[in-house]
Design a protein around this ligand. Sequence first.
Ligand SMILES: Nc1ncnc2c1ncn2[C@@H]1O[C@H](COP(=O)(O)OP(=O)(O)OP(=O)(O)O)[C@@H](O)[C@H]1O
Ligand SMILES: [Mg+2]
Length: 218
Amino acid sequence: MSALLTLTDINYQVGEREILKGINLYLKKESNLTIVGPSGSGKSTILKIIARMISPTGGTMMFDGHDALSYDPMTYRRRVSYCFQQPTLFGKTVADNLDFPFEIRNQAVDTKRQQELLTQVNLSTDYLTHDVTELSGGERQRVALIRNLVFIPDILLLDEVTTGLDVDNKEIVHRLVNHYRDRGGTVVWITHDEAEIAAADDRYEVVAGQHKQEAQHA
Ligand SMILES: Nc1ncnc2c1ncn2[C@@H]1O[C@H](COP(=O)(O)OP(=O)(O)OP(=O)(O)O)[C@@H](O)[C@H]1O
Ligand SMILES: [Mg+2]
């Protein structure tokens, strides 16, 4: 199958510091890639570049057959959705967060869709009126995740979204991601979780801003 996203010789430099050096990455449609590597190696920086939250200082990035930088930023972000390492919710209630994807598209809020997503992550529908400051860590992460899935993106970028979650919460997140994948979604996630790494099609190891080529097993 053809590439949905390719990074070719991507560099990211801040001042004198080279944070990414010559990153080459190839992502097939409907695949599930994990990015692993030590703290500070550049994993989140790669996802932020893919999400176009920051611009590379060198190299090229192609998305769906075109230069990724040629897309209108709003259009691009709807297709390539980034879930932060630290989930940020805004406004006052859960509904404020789940209304937002409709508002930026000038569409009427579909409450049924919101309720369906809440149910998928084991939150009752009355959570819509809950105050975001009163949610537990696991609940915040689940709300942040479903906010990214109100409209289905082409690529879902998950930055350690299950780190710090208990087994039950992890399980709920895995179910949601599997459901997204069953519908043809493509996932790139940064994780230290052995089960998540094992479940992926492929794994990309980053060491000090560079891709560490995997040893080939016979
Ligand atoms: N804008 C910036 N200016 C200076 N240094 C930066 C900037 N952004 C990232 N870095 C540095 O680049 C390195 C890679 O950061 P990054 O967040 O990508 O690491 P990571 O692999 O995701 O680590 P972790 O596993 O701890 O989340 C870190 O040393 C970080 O401090
Ligand atoms: Mg990180």
